[in-house]
Design a protein around this ligand. Structure first.
Ligand code: NIG
Length: 407
């Protein structure tokens, strides 16, 4: 033992590891040492530890990895939601409403709102979170959003290319996104994203954004094919983006491009050359009344998928990953194991955090294995199946985030 406090969680009814061996252990135990997992196996073989937690036969899963959120915002869009439920279709125009409210909020207010959303997510089993900027849409407010996000979440994505502000020339705005605004956010962000969609950024503008951000050393992702077929998926694959998110409207060539991007990947061991993860956002699909992303088809084609909440005030005001998993099982025809995997390991893959280095502490998230970050989610249920079997029931019983009990 390392001298750090160790905790043995024993009497686990079902331990769904989502590790490279895809193990699901019955009557299992886990030992946490500091921020890392130091042992997993059958309860009867568990080593002793400083502290002991009796799981009482409950299930333990990896904490959710939410790889797509927009948490840095102020304001409310209830009226837009009500209009949509009354039959209006979603258009990206509401982004401007949130941008106005976000610009008007103080740093303290934005930080408080974002931290509250993180707390809400963690209390539901999320242990690793990404957030985008994208409700600032000028240099000062995008930089401020990036700074606040960097202090609040695990991974920050620059989404200056979310919407062209009213009255601004689209090409001039794209110049700003690719130049001074990128320089201003660069110290705070690891990723860049572009909303490549009719009404947002064209293929040409999206290419410029992706090229400039790649040149600046950022990893890439794309909002693509949300409101109709378009070039988003193909662009994401061409640029080697870590993920393309939404993917509601896909043609056969899009599915083949995504599948082809994973041809050098060994899914059974989680090694090889990585492709572009297709991130499905079922809560958003339901709230905007778009067809659900074809998660089953993508998996069957050999595409690695993630499930994420897309928590934002316009299209998906929820951070409930359990809701996404439930929907993926009931409506997208994923098995429970596949859905939990997409919401944990899949999110980690989309963020490039699925593998790590046990020596220098760059720890893997999204799966339960020795050396990985101790991010655990204990359910108030004997198996993960209850997430789909008991829809809407709050099943989170306990959460450990980097080895620290968070609930
Ligand atoms: O991921 N599609 C673009 N961005 C967000 C929605 C933003 C909004 O309407 O406020 C999304 O759904």
């Amino acid at each position: 033992m390392s001298g750090q406090t160790s905790t043995l969680i024993s009497n686990i009814g079902e331990l769904m590891t989502q590790d490279s061996e895809h193990r699901v252990l019955q009557d299992a135990a886990v030992v946490i040492e500091g921020e890392r997992i130091s042992w997993i196996g059958h309860a009867s073989e568990a080593p002793s530890a400083d502290e002991r937690v009796d799981a009482g036969g409950r299930a333990v899963l990896p904490g959710w990895v939410d790889s797509h959120t927009h948490l840095i915002f102020a304001g409310d869009r209830t009226a837009e939601f009500e209009a949509r439920m009354a039959g209006q279709s979603y258009s990206a125009g509401g982004i401007a409403v949130t941008t106005g409210a976000t610009r008007a909020a103080s740093d303290e207010e934005l930080t408080r709102l974002a931290a509250g959303r993180v707390d809400e997510a963690v209390s539901q089993g999320t242990t690793y979170l990404e957030s985008k900027t994208g409700y600032g849409l000028d240099l000062e407010n995008e930089a401020r959003s990036a700074r606040i996000a960097a202090a609040t979440v695990d991974e920050v994505t620059y989404l200056g290319a979310h919407l062209v502000p009213a009255g601004v020339d689209p090409e001039e705005y794209t110049d700003l996104v690719c130049g001074p605004m990128l320089d201003a956010v660069r110290p705070y962000v690891r990723w860049a994203d572009v909303f490549c969609e009719r009404g947002a950024f064209t293929e040409g503008q999206s290419r410029r954004v992706l090229s400039a951000c790649r040149e600046a050393g950022l990893g890439l992702r794309v909002h693509g094919n949300q409101l109709g077929e378009g070039p988003g998926v193909q662009l994401a694959v061409e640029f080697g983006a870590a993920s393309v998110d939404h993917v509601n409207y896909l043609c056969e060539a899009d599915i083949q491009a995504l599948a082809g991007s994973w041809s050098g990947w060994d899914a059974s061991t989680g090694s090889g050359s990585r492709g572009t993860v297709a991130t499905c956002l079922p809560a958003c699909d339901l709230s905007t009344r778009q067809p659900l992303a074809p998660g089953r088809v993508l998996l069957d084609a050999g595409v690695q998928i993630a499930l994420a909440s897309n928590c934002n005030p316009g299209t998906s005001y929820t951070s409930s990953m359990a809701f996404c998993v439930t929907t993926a099982v009931l409506q997208m025809h994923l098995s429970v194991h596949e859905a939990v995997r997409a919401a944990s390991y899949g999110g980690a893959l989309a963020l490039g955090r699925e593998s790590g280095n046990d020596v220098d502490g760059e720890r893997a998230v999204g799966s339960i294995a020795v050396g990985h970050r101790a991010d655990l989610h204990m359910l108030r249920a004997p198996s993960a199946t209850h997430l789909a079997y008991r829809p809407g029931i709050p099943l989170t019983f306990a959460v450990w985030r980097a080895g620290v009990r968070a609930l």
